[in-house]
Ligand binder design. Structure first.
Ligand code: GUN
Ligand code: ZN
Length: 428
């Protein structure tokens, strides 16, 4: 039997990237969307969809924006409990807060509890897909994949690999990182909606041997993604120089070991040299912009307009818990503020596209999620554009949809998420 649902609202349909041409003209609004068996079948006037599917159940969200669910292209679910920890820069922050918390996930029960808590929080914030690092314990990846699987989520994750410069309790080896990651790929990659990302944390915590082993693993499993960190802080780049004295630059520490490719996701990528930028755009790799993290840990300003001009693929991410929020609305707001500081006022359409279609493109899943179009998976959210008194009084002055959306981008939070559908199923 076919399950049919019609959602009414202001259905946001991007037809192209708002970074190419007039941003406001990149999307149109439809009155309703028809979902059949978890997939979007069409959008259009309610009367037309009703005629096409007379038995469909109608769910009315008439003043709301119906959007693809948000896609968070870089996060650390094990850092859920240490989000918003005070006063450190990257290395100190890792040593003081992150590594001790990641050690707690040596307990599989705590890993499961954290994965479930994290996904409850992200879903409540309208995020239907995340790409997350786990800890170096293989069971932490199992815990995350299980939690995503029972929620029927499209999700990306990988066991974090580190064989130096971290507490002994978190270290693996080149061999065990390869073996454990390979076993996790066999267990989870391509299972229903799950994708494996081979995950060397970053060059400072992997020996050349480990990077080589993971590069070989990626070559053996080219449909996997590969996620890591790149050029987040100036001190970190100096550290990489001292650890890899013969490397051309930071990116070269990945490239030499087979860890540069189109399916590579490079978190932060703020302080790149011209040569690094050229190589990343040549291969079609994705730079993942983590704006709340970049301000919170004091990393620097990612120049998004310049990077789009260079032709980079770019995703948007919270970087929980270096990032200070689970909300992609708050993340869009921070991207806007960093845009202002780097000379570009990002249009609301550009911000929204980054959090949906842009991140889907970065994760190589834009054929299934990130836009509302026939055949796409129905991971959708209804956004209340008047979720607080402050937002309402501001939105009341709006003359078009983007003016109406912008106050929610800048001031909205989980109260704006009126409903979430995963493969067409409402979550509350
Ligand atoms: N670089 C290496 N590991 C991390 C991490 O956990 N968070 C952030 N923000 N940067 C990193
Ligand atoms: Zn990160």
């Amino acid at each position: 039997m076919t399950t049919q649902r019609i959602l009414t609202g202001q259905v946001l349909c991007f037809t192209r990237s708002p970074f190419e041409g007039d941003p406001a003209g990149a999307a149109c609004l439809d009155e309703a969307v028809l979902i059949e068996n978890g997939l979007i079948s069409r959008t259009g006037p309610l009367a037309d969809l009703r005629a096409a599917a007379p038995d469909a159940r109608i769910e009315r969200y008439d003043d709301h924006l119906i959007s693809p669910g948000f896609i968070d292209a870089h996060a650390h679910y094990p850092q859920t409990a240490i989000i918003a920890s005070w006063g450190k820069r990257l290395r100190d922050w890792l040593e003081t807060y992150t590594f001790p918390e990641e050690m707690r996930l040596s307990d599989p029960a705590y890993a499961r509890e954290t994965a479930n808590r994290y996904l409850d929080l992200t879903l409540a914030n309208g995020t239907t897909t995340v790409a997350t690092f786990c800890t170096s314990h293989a069971h932490s990846a199992d815990a995350f994949f299980q939690a995503a699987h029972i929620r029927n989520l499209r999700a990306v994750a990988g066991k974090t690999c580190m064989d130096r410069n971290a507490p002994a309790a978190l270290l693996d080896t080149a061999r065990s990182a390869y073996d454990d990651s390979a076993a996790l790929i066999a267990r989870w990659h391509g299972t229903d909606r799950l994708t494996y990302a081979i995950s060397p944390r970053f060059s400072p915590t992997s020996t050349p041997d480990q990077l080589s082993a993971l590069g070989a693993l990626w070559a053996e499993h080219p449909t996997c993604l590969m996620q890591t960190h790149l050029s987040e802080q100036i001190e970190e780049i100096d550290w990489v120089k001292s650890l890899f004295p013969t490397a051309r630059d930071y990116l070269d520490t990945y490239e030499t070991h087979g860890l540069l490719g189109a399916r590579g996701l490079y978190g932060h990528a703020i302080h790149l040299t011209p040569l690094e930028r050229a190589r990343l755009s040549e291969v079609g790799a994705a730079l993942i912009h983590c704006p709340t993290s970049n301000t919170f840990i004091g990393s620097g300003l990612f120049d998004i307009a310049a990077r789009f001009n260079d032709g980079h693929r770019i995703g948007l991410a919270t970087d929980t818990g270096g990032g200070s929020s689970f909300s992609m609305l708050r993340t869009m707001a921070a991207a806007y503020e960093i845009g202002q500081l780097t000379g570009t006022a990002l249009h609301p359409a550009q911000l929204w596209w980054l959090a949906t279609a842009g991140s889907a493109d970065a994760l190589h899943v834009s054929d299934c999620i990130g836009t509302i179009a026939p055949g796409m998976e129905a991971d959708l959210i209804a956004i209340d554009l008047a979720s607080t008194p402050a937002i309402t009084q501001r939105a009341n002055t709006a003359n078009d949809i983007w003016q109406a959306v912008f106050p929610t981008i800048m001031m909205g939070d989980d109260r704006a998420i009126a409903q979430v559908w995963v493969m067409g199923e409402p979550q509350s």
